[in-house]
Design a protein around this ligand. Sequence first.
Ligand code: FES
Length: 100
Amino acid sequence: MAFYRLVQTHQLYDGFRCVVKAGRVELLVLHHQGQTHIVDNRCPHQGFPLDRGAIKGERLFCPRHGFGFHLTRGDCFQASSCTLPIYVSAYDGQWLGVEL
Ligand code: FES
């Protein structure tokens, strides 16, 4: 496993979003209601980018067809076979990252 730096923790604020490559994976980092979430930026339905998706409650909605994914579980109530990959946050000093 390798640690990939994504953003420095002081950059985070409510509403923060950024897309960062970690190895071959394109990740979306979101800070929402005091929580940081790291999810795959590709919708598991048909691969549409999720970085412009709306957040309602604890769900991120894909702009393409409107499927909503839970930010901490990744599940989707519109299609149980579509699960958004969720990544666990890791830290190295002031850096937030992931281990892949
Ligand atoms: S591509 Fe995201 S819901 Fe269809």
